[in-house]
Design a protein around this ligand. Structure first.
Ligand SMILES: [Zn+2]
Length: 75
């Protein structure tokens, strides 16, 4: 019943986004309650920016926003 599998996080220290599997997150919560930045292990200001059923949906949303911008330029 776990339809939402991918969680998109953003590190507020370096403004980079990364995606984690929801199952991996819940697993690691047993070991440490904090998620650290994959780019800099000392960064701990992590926020959730989205939850998606698949990585494809994450990409689709990004490309959709880009396509919208292009359409505005054409008109
Ligand atoms: Zn970071």
């Amino acid at each position: 019943m776990d339809s939402k599998e991918y969680i998109v996080y953003k590190c507020l220290n370096c403004n980079r986004s990364f995606i984690l599997l929801a199952s991996e997150v819940s697993h690691s919560e047993n070991e440490s309650k904090y998620i650290t930045c994959p780019y800099h292990g000392t960064h701990r200001k992590i926020i959730v920016t989205g939850i998606y059923d698949s990585v494809k949906e994450c990409m689709r949303e990004r490309s959709y926003k880009r396509d919208k911008g292009k359409m505005k330029q054409i008109k």
